[in-house]
Write a protein that binds this ligand. Sequence first.
Ligand code: FA5
Length: 328
Amino acid sequence: MIDEARAEIQAAEDARALQDVRVRWLGKKGRITLELKGLATLDPDARREAGREINVVKQQVEALVEARKEELARLELARALAAERVDVTLPAAQGSSGGVHLLTKVTNRLLDVFASLGYEVVTGPELETDHYNFEALNFPPEHPARDEQDTFWTEDGRLLRTHTSPMQVRYMETHEPPFKVVVPGKVFRNEAVDATHEAQFHQLEALVVGERITMADLRGAIQEMADALFGEGTRTRLQPSFFPFVEPGAEFAIWWTHPKTGREEWLELGGCGMVHPNVFKAAGYENVTGFAFGFGIERLAMVPYGVPDIRWFYQSDLRVLRQFRGAL
Ligand code: FA5
């Protein structure tokens, strides 16, 4: 009988099967229980003898069940450990990694170019006061030039800057000339958004102040930037234009080959000019000269990379973003 029980106990593959075996042998209607009940029919001597034997078997079965139970627990633990085993020598899974946005790449490239020309990079606040964004830049309160730069206002009368030019006066107030700085940054306008106009975009501003700085220096700076960005000997052009904070003022463009159409044409980049005397006055400067220029980074990035719609930069569409992973 004990051999039979041992075989069944050993064959139990898990805790549940073992419990079934236990019930079959030791349960209320189990074989051993029934054997014990059967003792009642024997005479007292035989009952004592048989009773002892059955109790020995019962204890053996209990011990075997207990031993198997521990064995199964050990096996289970070993199985769990094996399943959790980590092969530290396996090559890492190739997850997808992020990339640098095209606008960031273009901005970094521009900053590299200006750093190599000796400009310091500085940044200013996006939330500005009317004073720095307009007033100190020679836009009087009712001046029509303000209409071209409508923006978003906070209840305390501040505004989201419409250009990077407010840093001109901020920088001059805290530094002594001569200096050459560039200011990259985000700007905002209350625009009717279309393929070439966003309500949020980026500009890069340059400001150079010192003694006897002339329009020829401005011309040269723009030429140097064009050479560095688009190749030595790139043609540049200045056309007269108006900005309240420069006099004379101009728009500047570079001559280049459109990568999509293959056509040669002027690419309008931004505005420039000699710093207006009223701007120097607002900054507390006397007897200095200087020039400034500023342009839109999105526009500059759109054309060489054939991005037909400025809104694509801000839609986080991976189909667009992935195309520029290898750019620059
Ligand atoms: C200015 O913002 C002047 N601060 C530039 C300047 C600096 C002039 C220093 C003189 C001296 P303007 O408003 O033209 O100028 O904007 C400059 C450039 O920003 C434009 O040429 C264009 O490239 C870009 N830009 C203007 N509005 C938008 C817009 N809504 N979306 C995208 N780019 C824009």
